[in-house]
Design a binder for this molecule. Structure first.
Ligand SMILES: O=C(O)CCC(=O)C(=O)O
Length: 309
């Protein structure tokens, strides 16, 4: 018997791989490297999501929609979440995501860093977003190295109807100019508390929301320590706020050297009243005013890499 056209179309939609919350990192990386994206189910419980929403909902409610088609005229994007939302901080530092960032990004840098924090609320009536690669934030200058690890935490359920992220599994090695056919596009359908993990190279975009409800995702992304961050963390989380954070989070948002010589500063004080050439960490604790571009471990790491090359 011939299947109706609608059933055939459904059958050919690519499916994203779902892994359990206790997945090991090797399994996650195998799928991520193959498909460019993977969903880890049920990582957060309802109490954690409720605590997050209590912090961020007032900011989301006050955020106006985008003013162009890419950001979405029926989509709101709310940032500065490290500063605004303590519950977000635990997700930025989630052990599974940090392990994935180590595996994906450390081959190309001495340190990785936070790239952006953004609550993306896709509202009813929002059409599907242009399918793109997030690595195009840096244009097409980066060749084939992997610059970015991305997550979207499902704050609400993600369904095909309410705007689940469109993802093209297996598109990592596509030329930039290739456009996906409808049958090549999958949908990151997942329950609230799950997380879509995807690379900077996979083709994807926000989905169309044909439902009556908002779809809310918490986009937390990471990049190589030597690249410009998409959300300027020094303005979004200035020293007075960053000073109150744990040291490992301070370093991840950027208050650390990106490599031996990347990111130092000199406090612009009168002659003799402050140090010269110190790590940005000095702006938080003033602890080590010794003139140094970075720590000797970073210098040794670069020297060893140069000698191997
Ligand atoms: O919200 C989503 O599902 C994806 C959004 C996205 O890819 C973007 O805004 O760059």
């Amino acid at each position: 018997m011939t299947e109706p056209a609608a059933a055939q179309a459904t059958a050919t939609i690519p499916q994203l791989t779902h892994l359990p919350a206790d997945t090991d990192i090797d399994t996650l990386m195998t799928v991520l490297r193959r498909d460019g994206a993977v969903i880890v189910d049920a990582v957060l419980d309802t109490a954690t999501i409720a605590a997050l929403r209590a912090e961020v909902d007032p900011y989301i409610a006050a955020t106006p929609p985008g003013s162009d088609d890419f950001t979405g005229r029926q989509t709101t994007r709310t940032g500065a979440l490290v500063a605004r939302s303590p519950a977000t901080r635990a997700l930025v530092m989630h052990p599974l995501i940090r392990a994935a960032a180590d595996a994906l990004l450390l081959p190309f840098c001495e340190r990785w860093q936070l790239h952006l924090t953004q609550l993306i609320r896709i509202r009813p009536g929002q059409p599907a977003q242009y399918i793109h690669r997030d690595r195009w934030a840096w244009g097409t200058h980066l060749g084939h190295l992997e610059p970015q690890l991305n997550t979207i935490w499902a704050v609400t359920d993600f369904t095909r109807a309410n705007g689940a992220t469109q993802v093209v599994p297996g598109s990592l090695d596509w030329p930039d100019a290739r456009r996906p056919e409808p049958h090549e596009i999958g949908y990151a359908e997942m329950r609230a508390g799950s997380v879509l993990v995807y690379s900077g190279g996979v083709f994807h975009g926000g989905g169309a929301n044909s439902s009556d409800d908002d779809r809310i995702g918490l986009n937390l992304t990471y990049t190589l320590g030597w690249l410009r961050q998409e959300e300027n963390q020094y303005l979004a989380c200035p020293p007075d706020v960053a000073r109150t954070l744990p040291a490992d989070l301070q370093a991840v948002i950027g208050y650390a050297m990106g490599s031996y010589a990347l990111g130092y500063y000199t406090p612009p004080l009168p002659p003799g009243q402050g140090p010269e050439i110190v790590s940005p960490k000095y702006a938080l604790d003033g602890a080590d005013g010794t003139m140094s571009m970075g720590d000797t471990g970073l210098l040794a790491s670069i020297t060893a890499a140069v000698e191997r090359a």
